[in-house]
Design a protein around this ligand. Structure first.
Ligand SMILES: Cc1ncc(COP(=O)(O)O)c(C=O)c1O
Length: 424
């Protein structure tokens, strides 16, 4: 399809469009709508589908006779490791079960590397500069961890099959200060991009100047398919095959399966890495909540049952994604005012406005009652170099409100674009 350039429209047409948009915008504003689409939270109706995960636990004596009401089993109950292994195609022996949040495990991993280093290499705090590769747009909380710890972030553009691997390989090979990369390999936050087998292989086998280069593999949306299943190559195996078994930490949680903030997180890692993780973990805690591990497991049961549960969640989420995508299609097909990806899973839709228009679009939407993720959030240091990326989180509002929000957002995207072009 030929894309019409808004800037090429005659001024008279732009003025007319601007007047129409101003009127629609003011009309909407008068309605006093109040909506929050800033974070990827499930709707209450989705959470209702997991109420079985809140049942009391009566089967607290584990397979090996341990009493799960008591201290013990720092690395998690064997039943939960087996469950995650089956669900993700991992080796149960590689898995450490954590607490309620994978983000916590990621933060702890980063702090451990800062304070103690890994594999006998210098702690990162003792190195003049530590740099991290940040495929962007990406997850704001990953970037917040780096910023908090003073790790310099390097933006890596995303392509259709994952981060720009030519750039990743070049930077990892030439600069010893580059210590790792953030990856959300399936249905990336926010674009919904899935890493190809080739991307996974290249990450696993690339030459790294830093011996302690680490991949933070945050597979948060690993089973969150909205349609057919997208397969992801097993990076634990790829790294092992490539002779780099210690390169990757693999994170996952049940946050968007049962209850965010009240589920179970895990990290899978090589034997060397697990030893380091457990040494620190054993100082942080005597053990995580095994009763919640059992509670979650009593509900999810096994991989096949969990996939069925995910289909139920997907059927309520799918409609919301389709509302967002059809609004974008109806308003912007053949226009350069917005470009977007069509995710097949995950939790977000990301769109790009004309350069220099995202901040203003989000401001306009907020002023008319719809709160979106703040502009720049999807980039390190909150600095979107083109000021164009907007993350839409469709999961929370009911469908009717989402339609309203999208109606407004489309007006705001156009209004910001037209005002900018006229001002220029
Ligand atoms: C990519 C990604 N990783 C991690 C998380 C948070 O996971 P958890 O609740 O396990 O900390 C989110 C939540 O939105 C996410 O989008």
């Amino acid at each position: 399809m030929v894309c019409r350039k808004t800037a090429d429209l005659p001024r008279s047409e732009l003025l007319k469009l601007s007047a129409e948009l101003e009127e629609q915008y003011l009309e909407f504003k008068k309605r006093g709508v109040k909506l929050d689409m800033s974070r990827g939270r499930p709707a209450a109706a989705q959470l209702d589908l997991s109420m079985g995960a809140a049942d009391n636990v009566t089967n607290y004596i584990g397979v090996k006779g341990a009493d799960y009401r008591n201290y013990g089993l720092l690395d998690g109950i064997p039943e939960m490791k087996q469950f995650f292994a089956e669900l993700l195609g991992l080796d149960a022996a590689d898995i450490i079960v954590g607490g309620n949040a994978s983000l916590n495990l990621m933060y702890d991993a980063m702090v451990r590397l800062m304070l103690h280093g890994t594999a006998g290499e210098k702690p990162w705090k003792d190195i003049k500069k530590v740099k991290f590769l940040c495929p962007s747009p990406g997850y704001d909380r990953h970037f917040a961890i780096c910023e908090h710890l003073g790790i310099e972030m390097i933006v890596i553009p995303m392509k259709e099959d994952g981060p720009d691997m030519d750039m990743v390989e070049r930077l990892a090979a030439e600069d010893e200060a580059v210590k790792g990369i953030w990856c959300v390999p399936l249905y990336s936050n926010p674009e919904g991009i899935c890493y190809s087998d080739e991307t996974v292989e290249r990450l696993s086998s690339m030459k790294c100047a830093a011996k302690d280069f680490r991949i933070f593999w945050d597979n948060a949306y690993g089973i969150h398919h909205l349609y057919e299943e997208t397969k992801l190559r097993n990076i634990m195996e790829s790294c092992r095959r490539a002779g780099n078994p210690d390169r990757v930490y693999y994170f996952f949680s049940t946050s968007k399966i049962t209850f965010p903030g009240a589920g179970i997180a895990m990290v899978a890692a090589s034997e060397n890495n697990r030893r380091e993780i457990l040494r620190t973990m054993g100082i942080q805690t005597i053990g995580y909540d095994k009763m919640n591990q059992m509670r979650t497991l009593n509900f999810l049961r096994n991989a096949a049952n969990t996939r069925e549960h995910m289909k139920k969640l997907a059927s309520s989420l799918r409609e919301k994604f389709e509302i967002v995508l059809s609004a974008l299609e109806a308003n912007f097909a053949g226009s350069d005012m917005a470009a977007w990806h069509t995710p097949r899973g995950g939790y977000f839709v990301a769109l790009d406005t004309l350069p220099g228009c995202a901040r203003e679009t989000i401001r306009l939407a907020a002023e008319a009652g719809v709160k979106l993720t703040p502009a720049g959030s999807t980039y390190p240091y909150h600095r979107d170099p083109r000021d164009s990326n907007i993350r839409i989180a469709p999961s929370f509002p009911p469908c009717g409100e989402l339609r309203e929000a999208m109606y407004l957002l489309c007006i705001c995207i156009k209004l910001a674009a037209v005002r900018k072009i006229l001002a220029e």
